[in-house]
Design a protein around this ligand. Sequence first.
Ligand SMILES: NC(=O)c1ccc[n+]([C@@H]2O[C@H](COP(=O)([O-])OP(=O)(O)OC[C@H]3O[C@@H](n4cnc5c(N)ncnc54)[C@H](O)[C@@H]3O)[C@@H](O)[C@H]2O)c1
Length: 434
Amino acid sequence: MKETRRTFLESTLATAALASMGSAAAQSRANVTIGIIGAGIRGLELMGVALEAGAKVAMVCDLYDGHFRRAQELQKNTPTTRDFHEVLARPDIQAVLVATSDHWHAPVAVAAMRAGKDVYCEKPMAHTIPQALEMAAVSRETGRLVQVGSQSVSMTSTHKAKEWFDSGAIGTVFMAQCSIYRPNAIGAWRYPVPPDASPETIDWERYLGNAPKRPFDAARFFQFRNWWDYGTGIAGDEYVHLLSRVHYVLGVQYPLSAVAYGGIYKWKGDRDVPDIHNTLYDYGKFQAQVSANLVSNWEGGEIVRFMGDRGTIELTEEGAKLIPYNPVEDYEYPLESWPKDTKDKFMAKHKNDPEADIGTARKQPQRKVETFSQDHEGTLEHMRNLFECMQTRQQPVENVSFGCGTAVACHMANISYREQKRVFWDADSAKLST
Ligand SMILES: NC(=O)c1ccc[n+]([C@@H]2O[C@H](COP(=O)([O-])OP(=O)(O)OC[C@H]3O[C@@H](n4cnc5c(N)ncnc54)[C@H](O)[C@@H]3O)[C@@H](O)[C@H]2O)c1
């Protein structure tokens, strides 16, 4: 079975165990010492990847005690803390991996950069647009690196798509089409609450941070994606993966405008974020349509299509396909309404024009469908890219400017949905308007 984001966890944790035993998987060792801040589902995955890459994991910070025990299962005797400042105070820690709920990404990342650490920050980079802009400014000011964690830009299939696009294989792209459909409870983020969840095992006050105060609620902790106070909805969770591929392949940073429709159609009562969220973006040179929901199914998982005037590139989690457009239409159809002599004269004049004469079109070389298969997911390469950049001080592939672009795009979709308006982004002044 090919590896996708969904099948990634098991293989990562298995490889982490091998890596910590000094197997061949750990041969190319990164000479870096890191801390993990936010060691839930993704943070523990990242811990496994970091160990596989050969990094030293010096401290783990989280707000639920069960995650500490799980971290110890991955690496015995790892120091743990509930206070991320303790991680930042460690002089041996050069970088932190931030995988908290979204509302803590920017505050932690900014504090980390100010403490002299480089940052791997999960997507979306920030909970709000002002926070994303602040992160970009602090990265510039401190010279600290940020790698945003939508690893799709480090997937070999995304690189293949860029190679095809740059070679002109699909011509000019006027339309990108992205989709993701996840109809079941896990897809809708109804993650199970561990039986020992309580105010004793969870640091609820610290978790709330700047979010509105409310009494302990384990669902709001383990299902944070369902609430605007801590998460960023389908756009923050899923659009960023899709749009990262669009921005990377087409070489754009921001959309110009967005208009979104959505609502809570199925998963009523346990969330305030929509379970259907569809958005149309205008990028000036092309449009991107994102169709995403947590209520219906369609084979194929996550799909990004680049639709050009000479063909289409289709990206999935498993690979890439180049579907060339071979012209099959000619002027025959509209000419049917002309009198014979007018039509014959026209056809004689255009007989070597492939768009006018189907016989000529058929003589053109027919381009074949090409496929590219990807055998693993991109998180290891993505993290290695940051570790290499930490040595060279080059900007990583999904640096803070890139991450700012996809964060702004996802928040535009959320603001448009919530305010029921088309929203515009002016990149020069970094201002949003409706
Ligand atoms: N790139 C990917 O493929 C991918 C996959 C899954 C999740 N993610 C991202 O990772 C992040 C976490 O998602 P998850 O599924 O692991 O959620 P999760 O709820 O399992 O884990 C989040 C953890 O953050 C911790 N936390 C929250 N505030 C904290 C703070 N102030 N200090 C220390 N720890 C804090 C919580 O204790 C919790 O364990 C999200 O932003 C999500 O979008 C990315």
